[in-house]
Write a protein that binds this ligand. Sequence first.
Ligand code: MN
Length: 294
Amino acid sequence: MRRLGIHSFVWTDGGTQEGLEDAMEKSAACGFGIIEFAYLRPEKFDLERLAKRARALDLDIVVTMGLPLSADVSSEDLGVVRAGEALLSDAVKAVRDIGGIRLGGILYSAHTKYARMPTECGRKNSVAAIAKTADIAKQSGVELVLEIVNRFETNLLNTTAQGLAFVRETGSDHVRLHLDTFHMNIEEVDPAASVRLAGDKIGYFHIGESNRGYLGAGVVDFDRMFDALVEIGYARDIVFESFSNAVVDEALSLACGIWRDTWTDNEALARHAKRFIEIRYEEAQRRRATLARP
Ligand code: MN
């Protein structure tokens, strides 16, 4: 693991500059090295000021987002696809301008429960859009990762195997997968095996519990997950993601179906998550070292 981070929605709905700055202070105070923001509209926030705060606090910034249906690059309507490509291009540039390191999330389709099957034509449009976005990201010094999410949040990429095939089709060496334990727990036959399958193609990793609340209070088998990450020598970032209607970003809460409190005290949650991940990860490393000893 390179750095351990936290999603800003643990702290703030992301609606105001002060909210974002406060979230950065709290993340750093809890010992996290990364903060993850949802897409920051450049016209709404002072990106340079956020970049400066991040540097002062030694925080890396990652941005994740999902596309709206009006800018769905997996659409068959080329006008909608072009709108999606423009949105992705703007998002990459915003990540660059805020001094961020990576853009992730549901970049290859809308973030919604689809009422139809994906189409071959729509998929081709999406592959082409991501390939174009990857070129822009590469030139901008921004990593590009595609989050594999459950069936209720996209119809295109629900499993790691689907994600790997999609990345191959882009023909780009700049696109990696963004895996998430919450989603894997829903869709994968064997989440740990899917981590091994993806190996070096994993560019980013979200840790979330099965009910999106406190780690350890659900059914995700974190020991097996961390064993797999240690085994593949995962050397990139891990970020804790948790949602509760104690902090509400309307768009994300609706898309993710956050209808109730899984917690109310965000600082206790954040401190617990950091300890939980560090201790369990260390235990996995110790198991691996013991295993390797003759
Ligand atoms: Mn996630």
